[in-house]
Write a protein that binds this ligand. Structure first.
Ligand SMILES: [Fe+2]
Length: 312
């Protein structure tokens, strides 16, 4: 039976009306029903429970960032003035971020189709989730939330060299889309899988050599936004840490719902950018039209986004 103040969804489910908890936010449900992908951040809807979740996550991660994160990430946290006690307002983040790298965080209502996501990066916009994960499952993240996006991704965007790498991903996606004007679904699907794997093993779960020193550090947002994963990625003997190899990465399946057993290490930002350029070249030459099957699955929506972009 629906509770007072709840909203009945099209699927007949009732959702709590008052906050911005992932999977239960009426504001998001309404935006999705209207087909609005880009939205405002309705800051007043964050409940005290949402704010408390942010505080707990921040407390769990701050010490680990000091120990395991790339120094540029720590710089970024300081430059953005991330508040340990309050969910940030995107407009405040952008006031600091845009002058540093031209990037800005842009609120979205949910999943962004793959081509559109990469094309946003090309235009220096970062699609940003505004909901907060459920406080009962702090370290479980079935989909991005604002902590993953703002605390995990955005501090790295303050670095101009890293920001350029993200733009190159957008260019690579464009190259892939333009090549498939004839609507060859198989090669588009393969190119998309290659792009997604590369993004996963770098921007989401990448390790980097410590600048000017020994050892490794984390720059991938999936590591930086997970208290369980960040230490595991750098300390566990169960993790295989391999030097980045493009041929391997684009053919390597991954799983999203367990601690990552295999991670790839780049030497630095220039190395990473060079590899994204090589990815783009290979996409343009058709060398990634038959990468190994496996995860991630490519959705029809993602496929369609590339085919539509190629026709324009
Ligand atoms: Fe992410």
């Amino acid at each position: 039976m629906p509770v007072a103040g709840a909203i009945e969804t099209s699927a007949g489910r009732s959702i709590a009306g008052g906050d911005l908890t992932t999977g239960r936010a009426a504001f998001i449900e309404r935006a999705q029903t209207r087909g609005d992908l880009f939205v405002e951040q309705p800051y007043g809807l964050y409940s005290e429970a949402n704010q408390e979740t942010w505080r707990r996550l921040y407390r769990a991660l701050a010490g680990k960032w000091e120990r395991y994160a790339h120094p540029r990430f720590l710089d970024g946290v300081a430059r953005l003035g991330l508040d340990p006690d309050r969910i940030p307002r995107l407009e405040d983040i952008n006031r600091f971020l845009e002058p540093l790298s031209g990037f800005k965080a842009r609120a979205v209502s949910g999943y962004v189709p793959a081509y559109l996501f990469f094309d946003c990066l090309r235009r220096r916009e970062f699609p940003t989730t505004i909901t907060v994960r459920d406080g009962d499952r702090l370290d479980y993240l079935p989909e991005p939330d604002i902590f993953h996006d703002l605390a995990g991704h955005v501090p790295m965007h303050t670095d101009p060299a890293f920001a350029d790498v993200l733009v190159r991903f957008g260019e690579a996606a464009r190259t892939a889309a333009l090549r498939v004007r004839d609507g060859d679904c198989r090669s588009v699907e393969s190119a998309l899988r290659a792009l997604a794997r590369f993004f996963w093993f770098t921007i989401e779960f990448g390790l980097m050599r410590r600048p000017g020193g020994a050892g490794l550090c984390a720059y991938g947002s999936g590591l930086l936004s997970s208290a369980g994963e960040i230490a595991h990625s750098l300390e566990s003997r169960r993790v295989q840490r391999a030097p980045f190899q493009l041929e391997w990465v684009v053919n390597q399946s991954f799983e999203i719902d367990s601690l990552q057993p295999l991670l790839f290490v780049v030497d630095g930002f220039r190395h990473l950018e060079g590899e994204v350029r090589r990815l783009e070249r290979w996409l343009g030459e058709g060398r990634l039209d038959n990468v190994a099957p496996g995860e991630p699955a490519v959705s029809r929506e993602d496929l369609r986004s590339f085919l539509d972009a190629g026709r324009q």
